[in-house]
Design a protein around this ligand. Sequence first.
Ligand SMILES: N[C@@H]1[C@@H](O)[C@H](O)[C@@H](COP(=O)(O)O)O[C@@H]1O
Length: 241
Amino acid sequence: MLINIFPDNDELHRAVSKEIIQLVKTKPDSVLGLSTGSSPVDTYALLVDDYKKNKTDYSSIVTFNLDEYVGLDAHHDQSYRHFMNFHLFNHLNIPADQTHVPLGTGDLDNNCQEYEALIQEAGGIDLQLLGIGTNGHIGFNEPGTSFESRTHVAPLLKDTIEANSRFFETSEEVPTKAVTMGIKTIMEARKIILLAYGSHKAAAVRDMVNGEVSEDLPASILQKHEHVALFLDEEAASLLQ
Ligand SMILES: N[C@@H]1[C@@H](O)[C@H](O)[C@@H](COP(=O)(O)O)O[C@@H]1O
C-alpha cells in the first residue's frame, strides 16, 4: 500500500484530483470507479474546476459508481445517482449513458447481474475511488461480507443506518439496504485510491493497514491489492504503526 499523508484537506483533494485528471488525459477512454459520501465531494469540485479552466475531455470516459440505496430512484435528492449528477456529471462533458450507478429500484437481483456484466463489457475498472466507513466498510460492504462477493443487495448495519439518518427528515425514510459492488468487484479494479480524513476514520484506517486481513474489516482486503494508494490527512493517519 502506498500511503500519502497530507497536512491539510485542500492538498489531499488536489493530489487525488490530479491523479484522476492525469489518467483521463493519458487514457481518454478510461473506466473510472467512483464513490459517494462526503469524502470525495471536494475532489469532484476540483475536477469540475479543472474542466471549466482546462476543458479536460470526458467525452469517452465511462464511470461506474460503487453503490446506491435500495428504494431511492434518481429523482430522490438523497440517491447516489442524484449526488453524482449534482456534484460531478452535470458539470462535465460526459454523456449521461456512459455514467453508471447501480439501480436501487425494480428487479434488484437482475440489476446486480447487469451491473457486473456492464463492468466486464467496459473492460473492467482502471481506477476505483473509495472512501471508508468508520467500521471499515467499502462501498456498502459491511463487516462480515464475503471477500468473494460481487454486486449484490446488502443489508446496512445499525451504525451505518444511524450515520445516514442525518440526511433524511424521518427515520422511516432512511434506507436499510443498498445495492453495492462486491469486494471481488472492487478488487478487480486495476488501481485503487482510498481517501480518508478526520480522527473518526483513524481506527478503521489503522485496522485496514496494520490489522489482519479479515472479512470482519472489509477494507483490510486492500492489503492484497497490488496498486492501492491511500490519501489520508494526519488525523486519519494518526493511529498507523
Ligand atoms: N457507501 C458509502 C461509502 O462508499 C463511503 O465511503 C462511506 C464513508 O462516507 P463519508 O465519506 O461520508 O465518510 O459512506 C457510505 O457508507
